[in-house]
Design a protein around this ligand. Structure first.
Ligand SMILES: [Zn+2]
Length: 176
């Protein structure tokens, strides 16, 4: 907490004034919430699987997430679209959203977040293919430096059948 007091001083304000006195405690609690993902293994959400004879695309789109840019400790947020083509196992749709959350609530970069979600699905569900697309806005791009507040960053992670069959990728993208 002293480090947050020091930060307030370095920015040029007085950590002992009324409005800021309780701030270090509030910041600590907020950060523990932003980083809840460190205290779980997000893959575990996927481990409740069902055997189903469905071999077509399963797509969960517009999963809202909030994350924290590890370079600036500024929020970045947006939506994740997670798709996979099952082989034998499927998981509950809400479990995919929980997995996204578990990786988002860490210090992150968007590229790694995208890959970690896809790799968790690959490892646990062993599908024919996995594809994840994330669209996000970065407050570190909005509030400082170049100030491009409308810029969105899109990242993708493509595995298995999506890698070598462009019609599968096209089907995924046409549904977004
Ligand atoms: Zn940043």
């Amino acid at each position: 907490m002293n480090s947050i007091r020091d930060l307030i001083k370095l920015c040029g304000d007085d950590p002992d004034r009324d409005g800021l006195f309780e701030t270090p405690k509030r910041v600590l609690h907020a950060f523990l919430e932003y980083t809840e993902g460190y205290r779980e293994d997000p893959k575990n959400h996927l481990k409740k699987t069902f055997d189903v004879d469905h071999k077509q695309l399963v797509l969960v789109k517009d999963i809202e997430f909030y994350s924290m840019c590890e370079h600036h400790f500024a929020p970045f947020f947006g939506v994740a679209h997670v798709g996979y083509i099952p082989d034998a196992k499927i998981t509950g749709l809400s479990k995919i959203a929980r997995t996204v959350d578990g990786y988002a609530k860490r210090f992150q970069v968007q590229e790694r977040l995208t890959n970690e979600i896809a790799e968790a699905i690959e490892e646990i569900l062993e599908p024919k293919g996995t594809m994840v697309v994330i669209e996000a806005k970065h407050m570190c791009m909005c509030g400082r430096g170049i100030k491009k507040s409308d810029a969105a960053t899109i990242t993708t992670s493509v595995h298995g059948i999506f890698e070598n069959q462009s019609d599968k990728r096209a089907e995924f993208l046409s549904l977004l």
